[in-house]
Design a protein around this ligand. Structure first.
Ligand code: BGC
Length: 261
């Protein structure tokens, strides 16, 4: 637990499912004031709100699609209106789907780039604008992936969005460091979340992915949420412009394990 996160206002996009849900609940446990953004499933968002409140935090839910500029503007405005300020913006909403690149439609490409990269840009921009105008040493955390550095066939749109997020975060970190605003990425590996549910429910596919993870297991959402809590806390006060990989070693060239090569 990080005592300085108590009463901090934290926005989590895509907060009703998967990593977003785990992070929203973790900030609830930290006694933060959590704004749970969701796009479609109000029931799931209300469930997360309830869990946050049971853990001792406060929460509101706000519907919004991160690809829509007015929705992201409204999200930050609502956070400030309801909880009085903004301290931490977590741009987590993301989508992925496999398609051979030569068959990928422009529509599908745009959908993934708009959600993962442009959505994170809009969230970062709105949060940073608020921080600058109100002289707040705030914090932006973007949910990237091991695929900001590992190429991923069939997922060219996803890999491009995460690769873009790497330099977006580094650039924003550099630009706003003089104001004490920190901007970082989290780079999860393979984690048990709804986005992966089908793939990991198949024992063969699950074993195949596990074989690519030096630590030998697929991560839990809570293991990502604890990274978010650390980055948001003052314990990470000198950390900006990084991607903190939480991937069981997936980015460390596991095929070279045991001296191969
Ligand atoms: C993706 C997962 C994938 C993992 C490792 C993540 O960014 O969301 O579907 O299993 O990377 O490849």
């Amino acid at each position: 637990m990080y005592t300085d996160l108590k009463d901090k206002v934290v926005v989590v996009t895509g907060g009703s499912k998967g990593l977003g849900r785990a992070m929203a609940i973790r900030f609830g446990q930290e006694q933060s004031k959590v704004v749970v953004n969701y796009r479609s499933n109000e029931e799931e968002a209300l469930e997360v709100k309830k869990e946050i409140e049971e853990a001792g935090g406060q929460a509101i839910i706000v519907r919004g699609d991160v690809t829509k500029e007015e929705d992201v503007v409204n999200l930050v405005e609502t956070a400030v209106k309801e909880f009085g300020t903004l301290d931490v913006m977590i741009n987590n909403a993301g989508v992925e789907n496999p398609v051979p690149s030569h068959e990928l439609s422009l529509e599908n490409w745009n959908q993934v780039i708009d959600t993962n990269l442009t959505g994170a840009f809009l969230g970062s921009r709105e949060a940073i604008k608020y921080f600058v105008e109100n002289d707040i040493k705030g914090n932006v955390i973007n949910m990237s992936s091991v695929h900001e550095m590992i190429p991923w066939p069939l997922f060219v749109h996803y890999a491009a969005s995460k690769g873009g997020m790497k330099l977006m975060t580094e650039t924003l970190a550099l630009e706003y460091a003089p104001k004490g605003i920190r901007v970082n990425n989290i780079g999860p590996g393979a984690i048990d979340t709804p986005i992966n549910a089908e793939k990991f429910a198949d024992p063969e596919q699950r074993a195949d992915v596990e074989s690519m993870i030096p630590m030998g297991y697929i991560g839990n959402p809570e293991e990502i949420a604890s990274v978010a809590a650390f980055l948001a806390s003052s314990q990470a006060s000198y950390v900006t412009g990084i991607t903190l990989f939480a991937d069981g070693g997936m980015t460390k060239y596991p095929s070279f394990q045991a001296g191969r090569g």
